[in-house]
Write a protein that binds this ligand. Structure first.
Ligand code: KE4
Length: 427
């Protein structure tokens, strides 16, 4: 029987929870049902019915080069000719770790894991071991994977005990996670003045991308660096999205702030499961087998992922690549704003490098509270109107659009034309 999106969806829901392997893919945030992909190439996806989409999800940021970049595919195929995985060290693990350390000066040593969740969970455990403290601080709207300690939300008021943000997370675990407002340095100062000596680490997405895109205001990241240093807490940059996205040295090189630990993911696996945490040897030597912080993983340092990650980073070293990404993303942002203005629709486009989010709101968005004031229902209608025209945006008002190196003038024009039509239909 001919495969259709509807048939795939009905079958998927029989055997997969909610029909998906990650909640955001279910389109519950925007209504309707997901399409099923048959293949991707460059900036495009095709579904099982043969419909083509310009893809602004790029597997949630991993595919900064677009789908099937030739050098990455070739590297993965070459690795596969040697085998799949061995459970013993391979030279490419060292090569990729070296490449990461050269690109990101705050990282002297790396440990590869298989997901961003694992990377952040392990970095937090390491910070707690290094400092001997238990409390951690994150920002409202920050997402750092689904480990228990990070599925915690702000209690009422400043620095009150964290509350579980998910069923199954014990109150005792959530209460050690304190939440403050992004870009609110005075709130961070007050929190540390009260709790600083009990805080193991402050975890931040240097540019937010999980409540829509939030840019760090001038002085914010430098302020976090000073406050954490003053109280002896570790500053952890969660660069699972921004790493090798905002620059070859990640957000920390772009913004000129050196964290104590960094987590990476997505891009470094070149489309395969790989993530990492890293930092100075003085911290990393606490991790097993050298030190008392236990962390392990059967698939860590997967040889095919290492080969694909190396090929990806090599391709990202191409002169002018980041400048072109920046230019295209800025052209897209300006175009979206101009067309919205001409249509009399209140829209704010927040951009950090090749990450952007369109909020249906008047005025700027500088934190999660601002993002939540945007019209998510209108975004859902807009998403569907763009999808109908073959533009695949993130199926949530609180995710980032990912412009890849494969998106060119043609795809941006297609997107802006679709945007103009979509606005007419969603008043
Ligand atoms: P994973 O465990 O999903 O590989 O990574 C968790 C993670 C950690 N840190 C940051 C800053 C992240 O953005 C993520 C995961 N990103 C989401 C997209 N916003 C993954 C998409 C999904 O949940 O399916």
């Amino acid at each position: 029987m001919k495969q259709t999106n509807a048939r795939c969806w009905s079958e998927a829901q029989k055997y997969l929870v909610g029909g998906v392997n990650s909640p955001v893919r279910s389109f519950r945030g925007v209504g309707g049902r997901p399409f099923f992909v048959r293949r991707g190439q460059g900036p495009y996806l095709w579904d099982v019915e043969g419909k083509r989409y310009v893809d602004y999800v790029g597997s949630w940021g991993a595919l900064i080069l677009g789908h099937r970049p030739p050098s990455v595919i070739a590297a993965a195929q070459k690795a596969l000719q040697r085998g799949t995985i061995f459970g013993t060290p391979t030279p490419d693990e060292t090569e990729l770790a070296k490449e990461i350390s050269c690109a990101i000066p705050s990282i002297e040593q790396v440990r590869f894991v298989s997901s961003g969740t694992e990377a952040v969970m392990s970095a937090v455990r390491l910070a707690r071991a290094v400092t001997g403290r238990t409390k951690i601080v994150k920002f409202d709207g920050g997402y750092h994977g689904h480990s228990d300690a990070l599925l915690s939300k702000a209690g009422s008021g400043l620095a009150t005990l964290g509350l579980p943000a998910s069923a199954g997370v014990p109150k005792a675990v959530a209460r050690d996670t304190l939440t403050v407002g992004y870009n609110d340095l005075s709130a961070v100062r007050k929190l540390f003045a009260r709790e600083g000596r009990k805080i193991a680490c402050l975890l931040v997405e240097p540019a937010g991308a999980n409540i829509g895109v939030l840019s760090p205001e001038p002085g914010f990241l430098k302020g976090l660096r000073a406050i954490t240093r003053k109280y002896g807490a570790l500053l952890i940059f969660d660069e699972v999205i921004t790493g090798f996205r905002l620059s070859y040295g990640g957000a920390q090189r772009l913004y000129g702030v050196k964290p104590d630990l960094t987590t990476l993911g997505k891009i470094i696996g070149g489309g395969f499961p790989a993530a990492a945490y890293g930092g100075p040897r003085k911290f990393m030597k606490q991790v097993a087998p050298l030190g008392p912080v236990y962390q392990a993983g059967t698939l860590s340092g997967h040889p095919v992922a290492m080969a694909a990650g190396l090929a990806t980073l090599k391709a990202l070293r191409k002169p002018g690549l980041y400048a072109q990404l920046e230019k295209n993303a800025q052209t897209l942002k300006k175009g979206l704003e101009k067309i919205s203005r001409e249509a009399g629709v209140a829209v704010t486009v927040c951009r950090a490098g090749s990450l952007l989010t369109l909020f249906f709101i008047k005025g700027s968005v500088r934190d999660a509270a601002g993002a939540r004031r945007a019209d998510a229902k209108k975004y859902a209608r807009y998403f569907q109107a763009m999808l109908t025209q073959g533009i695949y945006l993130p199926p949530s008002a609180y995710e980032a659009w990912f412009v890849s190196a494969a998106h060119g003038k043609k795809e941006i024009e297609m997107t802006l034309n679709a945007h103009k039509k979509a606005l007419q239909g969603i008043r």
